[in-house]
Design a binder for this molecule. Structure first.
Ligand SMILES: [Ca+2]
Ligand SMILES: [Ca+2]
Length: 113
């Protein structure tokens, strides 16, 4: 188990390389997930957070959606984005203050998994 621990901490891969007790596997997977998903999640958040105030306003999410859709060659009209944003904020803005905080965004990402 000790050698497994070292392997797991050093890289994203070797969670299945060595046998571990059932309980330990869960812990390892959580650790591996938090390592491999965490930075990517926050990177996407940072890209959306244009004014870097660590929260996403509706305008920022809209900008991001527009960019993403235009990148895919499928630009949409405003009502389309508004509806999407309403849905996103309905699901993610847990305290209903009109912005998605980093914490709320992270919770959303985990739900998606
Ligand atoms: Ca912001
Ligand atoms: Ca909020």
């Amino acid at each position: 188990i000790l050698s497994c621990l070292i392997l797991t901490n050093g890289s994203h891969f070797p969670r299945y390389l060595c046998p571990v007790p059932p309980n330990a596997t869960v812990v390892f997977e959580v650790e591996v997930l938090s390592v491999s998903k965490g930075p990517r999640t926050m990177e996407a958040f940072g890209r959306m957070d244009l004014d870097k105030d660590k929260s996403l306003s509706k305008a920022e999410v809209k900008e991001y959606l527009k960019l993403e859709y235009e990148k895919g060659g499928k630009s949409r009209d405003d009502p389309f984005y508004e509806k999407l944003i309403d849905d996103i904020f309905y699901k993610n803005d847990g305290d209903k203050d009109g912005v998605i905080s980093a914490k709320e965004y992270n919770i959303y990402q985990h739900d998606e998994l």
